[in-house]
Design a binder for this molecule. Structure first.
Ligand SMILES: *[C@@H]1O[C@H](CO)[C@@H](O)[C@H](O)[C@H]1NC(C)=O
Ligand SMILES: *[C@@H]1O[C@H](CO)[C@@H](O)[C@H](O)[C@H]1NC(C)=O
Ligand SMILES: *[C@@H]1O[C@H](CO)[C@@H](O)[C@H](O)[C@H]1NC(C)=O
Ligand SMILES: *[C@@H]1O[C@H](CO)[C@@H](O)[C@H](O)[C@H]1NC(C)=O
Ligand SMILES: *[C@@H]1O[C@H](CO)[C@@H](O)[C@H](O)[C@H]1NC(C)=O
Ligand SMILES: *[C@@H]1O[C@H](CO)[C@@H](O)[C@H](O)[C@H]1NC(C)=O
Ligand SMILES: *[C@@H]1O[C@H](CO)[C@@H](O)[C@H](O)[C@H]1NC(C)=O
Ligand SMILES: *[C@@H]1O[C@H](CO)[C@@H](O)[C@H](O)[C@H]1NC(C)=O
Ligand SMILES: *[C@@H]1O[C@H](CO)[C@@H](O)[C@H](O)[C@H]1NC(C)=O
Length: 769
């Protein structure tokens, strides 16, 4: 999902890696082979003209509430706080921006300095070089050239709710640290053209060596139905050194000795004794209150904890996940892409609860319970959720429960929750998340509420459904949910293009969501509903299939065709014509059967229509397998992997989208992919490595995937699961989730296995099928 990045920039040649991943020994404990491959700069996109990837070299544990990152730019929608092309660092930011194309919320910035206090962003930047940067999952460090001379070595680690920084001053003037509460807030998707000035607060307590405060910035406040009036990010920064002097700064003016301030463009600072070498600061963050931020600080990184200890704690949490996976036969580059990919898949959604309580922006109240936010569900329902179900099953019920709380407090399941609902993208794919969790055995949440919530998605249209278009990021509208349900999806099968934006994409998305509702209804023995939604799910997609062209096409309310380029979001008629993941056989039939469908796929790929940078294309290479041409899936998957992933700063061709780009790579490398997520089935692709062993948290035995020779042999001769021969290219969730042995016999030439359509085709006679 990257439309908002469509700004033109000069292309900069991809640069070789200059930074290091080798942290000092004290920050490399415990030993972890997997973590040594993680490079947090992969996919930053800094060098790419269109800002692909959008990942930042942040430190924090898995699913952390706050991620800490060196700040090279002011971030807003389509701009991340760290960009590899920049040459100065302006502080260290505790960020809650979950993806490049979403807004920041309640961040706090800690900026070291020496000499004259520089509160303003533009003036406080310090030069650095990538060769003096070290980045790993649990530790980041950089050497900054202090403005008035000397150097500041900045080091950073973090727990979920607390950032831990250490600044070492060499040959500098008087050391100080500034804590920024508020800055100019960029509103809307059009870049720095529209500013507001949020009013925050700063309090300085020299006796406690604390600077605390609040920042109500929430860049997405103008989109989405929930005002979240009382939203703020709160913080408490606690220092290990005594303050020799201190003050506040407001709109560039420094007030010495002042201990409190409120308003816009506000910071607080503390100076330390001349000659101070090291300053250690921990910054507790909360969405509830300053008191809670302090409690979080004391709970997660108590007084006297060293940066080394914090880094070890965080590294242990990553190692607990990543070292579960062992790969053999990968190149260094593939191992870096793979493990960094896994690292990316375990960052979002992020923890929103603190000590068993959470702030809810839906009703502006604090509640008891577990909560998560940062849900890019339009992207993550495809494969990211399936991957989290396998590797982080202990969190799945809590994540579903959190969505049900959103439903109770706000009236609907989330679509794109960034603190609160933002209405970004289309469809109610939370239906898919809930149904997939249930069919994969998770039920530690209220099933009745779950069904009530998805049923509402499928049956209740949004406000003003005939008069509001619900275009992307439309302001001052209610919950978007299934816009067009009443006009006219529920009665005729399509969303009318002359009434709603993105109507053809919506039609296909709603049809899949109906299928998810039917799967959940069936799992709950509600057979009537299951039949009703199943019928609608299977008929709706073909209500926009134009027999004359063979492509999906948007329709108007009166049934007339709207034009082939109308009504798509983040894709075109090529990608979307393949988008009936729950009924591929019917799609194949409409396109004239297997042989003709395979030709259509060839035309799609050979014509350059496959756009892996965006999610609607992700499942397409797997469709050959479902049309009896598995060997062609195997070729295309290898090509897509090679063309769209590498271990450079630009190594993700599209936005990471909260882990979906990497989830595609990780599944593909294992040799299967969840084309239809709620089916609890996976389509076989082509494993990349000789052997992968995964110690899945939910399984009694490890999952061992052997595919000897795979690095050089992309084709599959046969597959067995625990000795059972696989006749069709389908693995079930049980085949994988219970552990066991999947063996692929690989070959360097195309094979007959699951490729009967090709064996009947004269054009492939020259290939030994
Ligand atoms: C980058 O953006 C420009 C302008 O929107 C567009 O023309 C170009 O195709 C994009 N390039 C890539 C590689 O996406
Ligand atoms: C980083 O900055 C460069 C140069 O301004 C720009 O082309 C690129 O899109 C930016 N990348 C991201 C991820 O914002
Ligand atoms: C600018 O921000 C204001 C909120 O302060 C908002 O009402 C307005 O719609 C924004 N304009 C644009 C073009 O985004
Ligand atoms: C918002 O905060 C104000 C001031 O703290 C308080 O008076 C008000 O009740 C709060 N609103 C809600 C909905 O809790
Ligand atoms: C900051 O100060 C400048 C003048 O120095 C003034 O024009 C501007 O309005 C001030 N901004 C805010 C948010 O107070
Ligand atoms: C659905 O029916 C089956 C068979 O009667 C039963 O085993 C299962 O417990 C039922 N499930 C629910 C959620 O009621
Ligand atoms: C399109 O073709 C299908 C069968 O392939 C048929 O059932 C349907 O009626 C046709 N639609 C129209 C509008 O002709
Ligand atoms: C098309 O291929 C699939 C997958 O091999 C197979 O199950 C199906 O029977 C084939 N359809 C026809 C009409 O041959
Ligand atoms: C890495 O991938 C990006 C995105 O697909 C691409 O632009 C770049 O050329 C690739 N770099 C190398 C060295 O392959």
């Amino acid at each position: 999902m990257g439309r908002l990045l469509a700004l033109t920039f000069l292309a900069v040649a991809a640069s070789a890696r200059l930074h290091s991943r080798d942290a000092p020994d004290a920050f490399s404990k415990p030993a972890s082979k997997a973590l040594d491959y993680v490079d947090p700069f992969i996919g930053n996109g800094g060098d790419s003209p269109n800002g692909s990837g959008g990942m930042i070299p942040s430190t924090a544990p898995p699913f952390a509430m706050t991620r800490w990152v060196a700040q090279t730019r002011q971030n807003y929608v389509s701009v991340t706080p760290y960009n590899y092309t920049d040459s100065s660092i302006h502080g260290f930011q505790g960020t809650h921006q979950p993806a490049i194309w979403m807004g920041e919320s309640g961040q706090v910035v800690v900026a070291p300095g020496a000499g004259t206090v520089q509160p303003e962003f533009e003036k406080r930047g310090m030069g650095f070089s990538h060769t003096n940067e070290i980045a790993s999952a649990n530790y980041y460090s950089v050497i900054l050239n202090a403005i008035e001379g000397g150097q500041i070595h900045a080091e950073q680690s973090a727990t979920s709710r607390v950032g831990h920084l250490r600044f070492t001053f060499t040959d500098t003037r008087t050391p100080y640290v500034l804590v920024e509460a508020t800055r100019p807030q960029v509103v809307g998707p059009n870049g720095p053209t529209n500013f507001t000035f949020p009013h925050g607060a700063i309090t300085i307590d020299p006796a406690a060596r604390e600077i605390s405060g609040r920042n109500p910035e929430r860049q997405d406040f103008i989109i989405g139905p929930n005002p979240a009036t009382n939203w703020s990010g709160y913080f408490v920064a606690r220092f290990d050194q005594e303050f020799t002097s201190y003050g506040t700064a407001q709109n560039g003016t420094v007030s010495e000795g002042k201990t409190a301030g409120e308003g816009a463009l506000l910071s607080g600072f503390a100076r330390f004794k001349e000659g101070t070498k090291k300053v250690d600061v921990r910054v507790g963050v909360s969405f509830i209150s300053v008191e809670q931020a302090r409690a979080n600080l004391e709970k997660e990184i108590s007084d006297g904890t060293s940066l080394e200890q914090t880094a070890e704690q965080t590294r242990t949490q990553w190692a607990e996940k990543l070292d579960r996976i062992k790969i053999e036969g990968a190149t260094q580059e593939q191992a870096e892409v793979f493990y960094t990919g896994v690292f990316h898949t375990l960052q979002y959604p992020y923890e929103q609860e603190e000590d068993g309580k959470y702030y809810s922006g839906y009703d502006d109240q604090v509640h008891e319970g577990i909560s998560y936010t940062g849900y890019s569900i339009w992207d993550t329902f495809r494969a990211e959720w399936a991957w989290q179900i396998l590797l982080a099953p202990e969190r799945i019920s809590g994540m579903v429960q959190s969505m049900l709380q959103d439903y109770k407090e706000g009236g609907w399941l989330p679509m794109w929750k960034n603190i609160v609902e933002t209405n970004v993208m289309v469809g109610t794919h939370a239906d898919s998340l809930v149904a997939e969790a249930v069919v994969k055995g998770f039920k530690d949440f209220d099933l009745d509420t779950a069904y009530e919530a998805v049923h509402k998605d499928a049956t209740v249209p949004p406000d003003d459904d005939w008069t509001t278009s619900y275009f992307d990021r439309e302001q001052n509208v209610g919950y978007e949910v299934r816009a067009g349900l009443s006009s006219v999806y529920a009665s005729k099968g399509w969303v009318a293009d002359d009434i709603h934006s993105e109507a053809a994409s919506r039609t296909l998305d709603y049809a899949y969501d109906d299928y998810a509702v039917s799967v959940l209804a069936a799992a709950l023995n509600n057979t009537d509903d299951a039949a009703f939604f199943r019928a609608r799910a299977f008929s709706a997609p073909f209500s926009i299939f134009n027999n004359d062209t063979g492509f999906m096409e948007a329709r108007n309310v009166d049934g007339s065709w709207a034009g082939q380029d109308q009504g798509w979001t983040e894709g075109d008629m090529w990608a979307y014509t393949f988008d009936v993941v729950h009924d591929v056989p019917a799609l194949i039939q409409r396109r004239g059967g297997n042989k003709s469908f395979v030709e259509f796929l060839d035309e799609h790929f050979d014509g350059g229509h496959n756009d892996h940078t965006n999610e609607p294309s992700h499942h397409i290479p797997y469709l050959y397998s479902l049309a009896g041409a598995a060997s062609k899936s195997q070729e295309r998957i290898r090509e897509v992997a090679k063309d769209n992933y590498n271990n450079s700063v630009n190594g993700l061709s599209g936005n990471e989208d909260c882990g979906q780009m990497s989830a595609w790579y990780v599944f593909s490398a294992l040799g299967f992919y969840p084309v239809d997520p709620v089916s609890a089935e996976y389509v076989v692709g082509t494993p990349f490595f000789d052997k992968v062993t995964i110690d899945l948290p939910g399984a009694k035995q490890p999952l061992v995937i052997t595919s000897s020779g795979a690095p050089k042999k992309p084709y599959i001769k046969s597959v067995t699961v625990n000795g059972r021969e696989l006749a069709s290219p389908i693995l079930t969730h049980a085949d994988i989730a219970n552990g066991g042995h999947i063996n692929y016999e690989m070959s360097s030439a195309p094979q007959k296995w699951s490729s009967s359509t090709l064996t009947q085709d004269k054009r492939y006679e020259h290939i030994e099928l």
